[in-house]
Design a protein around this ligand. Sequence first.
Ligand SMILES: [Zn+2]
Ligand SMILES: [Zn+2]
Length: 339
Amino acid sequence: MKALQLIQPKEFRYVSIPEPSAIKPDEALLRVLRVGICGSDYAGYLGKMPFYSYPRIPGHELCVEVLAVGSDVRNVRVGDRCAVEPYMNCGRCHACRKGRSNCCEQLKVLGVMTDGGLTETMVLPGAKLHPANALAPEQCALVETLCIGAHAVNRGALQPSETALVIGAGPIGLSVITFAQLSGARTIVLDLNAQRLDFVRSHFGISDVILADDQAVARLGELTGGAMADVVFDATGSHLAMAKALEYAAFGGRVVYVGITQQEIAFKHAPILHRRELTLLGSRNALPPDFTRAIQLIADGRINTQPWISQLVEFEDAAGQIPLWAQPDSRVIKGIIKL
Ligand SMILES: [Zn+2]
Ligand SMILES: [Zn+2]
């Protein structure tokens, strides 16, 4: 069967790989319907992704159809359309035993550390499948991206009476914005790019936006009566923005790092973190209940997926299209491959 493999940075090739033969009792055989392409895929393509090895079949934002299930699989049936939780955890480490499967010590993310979904069929543990029969295939492929935001907002324990500041209005930022709004909190968005701010204004109904210039801290002060943001979410992955993020936090506030960087992050302790007694939190991947919740919210029409789905291309065009989407000026929100 056909798969799309990244041979090395910046080189895609369609390859023929063997069909999956047998499935274990806890596994399911799946037909891939849609694959969402995200920042980590672009980073893998560009050779900028840590933990990424080549050759690799990318694809972790998946909508699949169940073709067969092993004898122990109870949560899905043949014919079900499912979103995939692409975090392959060991189930035995300290984090897994504490229910933190999203940050398993041995975590392997599909399409990053192990081959992913840009292939016709695949085999996965049944436990990683979340039925989403009420969703259109494109909506189903968005579930994982949305779960990143759901988990981050849970990490920040954002309350309806609070103010959230989301820094960075790319796809991860949009998923954080979505769940910050659903929490009932006032949500303010900051970005370097005025077009992205226009996008969240018109498609997400965000009225309070701030352009990230040297007046941004003062501007947030004006918008919040001097209080600043109770919870600041960084969705930029820029070490400079991540350091600056603490300056937007209210006294007693929380800062959640959702974006990732390999750089050191430098900030002043006494005047910034200590004086305000800030809580700094990491946020990695998502947990199984985030998937159930995101699927239900889409099915109930409480998450509008319309603004997300900007591009849909056929599998045979993916090798040509993904490099174009990876360009910084492509303005694609979420490219989706149809298999
Ligand atoms: Zn992704
Ligand atoms: Zn583990």
